[in-house]
Design a protein around this ligand. Structure first.
Ligand code: NAP
Length: 291
């Protein structure tokens, strides 16, 4: 879906795909929750917003939330990636929409939230998954600009998105937020010092947000993946020497797949996790995970 398409056109497009006669797009997500003869899926009727969800872990999370019944708004920086991911998941029969969102851009964050409200009528789930790493080397060689970028995208944008979305979750009577950190947040990856520190900050952000959001019935949890096979991590596994070095430092001696993170996020967003908040689940094949 193109970012310049006006809200009415988008709503019409959702309607055409999802329902034959009802008067609003919102009905499409709620209608599913009414269920048929089948047992409702665990996220049926929920609306999920997932950042950086056109590839890797974010795409796997979006797919899994969709298969578990949620309507999902996909997003990333590039329109062509958004279009490809939306097409791919719709071909699996999932109820997804997409919009461009560079999480470091406040207008993009606002449009992401507005788009979810316009197309799906509310938000129940936020998965904050976007991160960058512009620096590889000894931490003392990293520059102020690199720190600014890492902290802006990985930490500050996560907080600002939560701030924007929390009132929308409250309007629905509560909801669930999952922040994607990393096992590097517990034990810094060699040569990835600033990135690792930003991921430690997300463990803290989860702890700081959770108590403030208890009263609103909003749970905030965190996922800490280990080494997962994606473009982002390819420098750590794409050549044999790097791969061997990496595998030696791991418990389960293989690289994880994005799908192995997705089920944990779906669980955290589901009623099965209704008494879990402020926690981090490590999905890292046994890697060291204590501060
Ligand atoms: P990936 O496969 O490289 O996918 C990155 C996704 O992020 C793409 O959809 C990309 O699309 C989007 N993106 C990049 N910058 C963005 C921005 N500023 N705003 C919005 N979207 C952006 O990466 P990944 O490995 O799945 O990483 C996802 C998350 O998992 C990150 O938070 C990462 O720190 C964390 N993680 C990964 C690993 C691992 O081993 N892979 C381990 C621990 C934690 P566009 O190019 O279209 O923007």
């Amino acid at each position: 879906m193109h970012r310049s398409l006006n809200p009415l056109m988008r709503s019409l497009s959702v309607l055409q795909r999802c329902v034959s006669t009802p008067s609003t797009a919102i009905v499409s997500c709620r209608m599913q929750s009414a269920g048929g003869q089948h047992m409702p899926k665990k996220l049926q009727g929920k609306v999920a917003l997932v950042t950086a969800s056109t590839d890797g872990i974010g795409l796997a999370i979006a797919r899994r939330l969709g298969h578990d019944g949620a309507c999902v708004l996909l997003s990333s920086r590039k329109q062509k990636n958004v279009d490809r991911a939306v097409h791919e998941l719709r071909n699996e029969g999932l109820n997804v929409e997409g919009t461009v969102c560079h999480v470091g851009n406040s207008e993009d964050r606002k449009r992401l939230v507005d788009t979810a409200l316009q197309l799906f009528g509310g938000i129940d789930i936020l998965v904050s998954n976007a991160a960058v790493n512009p620096f590889f080397g000894n931490i003392l060689d990293s520059s102020e600009e690199e720190w600014d970028k890492i902290l802006d995208i990985n930490v500050k944008a996560t907080f600002l998105l939560v701030k924007l979305v929390a009132p929308k979750l409250q309007e629905r009577g509560g909801g669930s937020i999952v922040i994607v950190s990393s096992v590097a947040g517990f034990s810094p990856f060699p040569s990835l010092g600033p990135y690792s520190v930003s991921k430690t900050a997300l463990l803290g952000l989860t702890k700081a947000l959770a108590p403030e959001l208890y009263p609103l019935n909003i749970r905030v949890n965190c996922l800490a993946p280990g080494l997962i096979r994606t473009k982002f991590s390819s420098a750590l596994w794409e050549n044999e020497a790097a791969c061997e070095h990496t595998l030696n430092s791991m418990g389960i001696s293989r690289i994880g797949e994005p799908e192995e993170c997705a089920g944990t996020v779906s669980f955290l967003c589901s009623p099965d996790a209704s008494y879990i908040t402020g926690e981090t689940i490590v999905v890292a094949g046994g890697c060291h995970s204590h501060l």
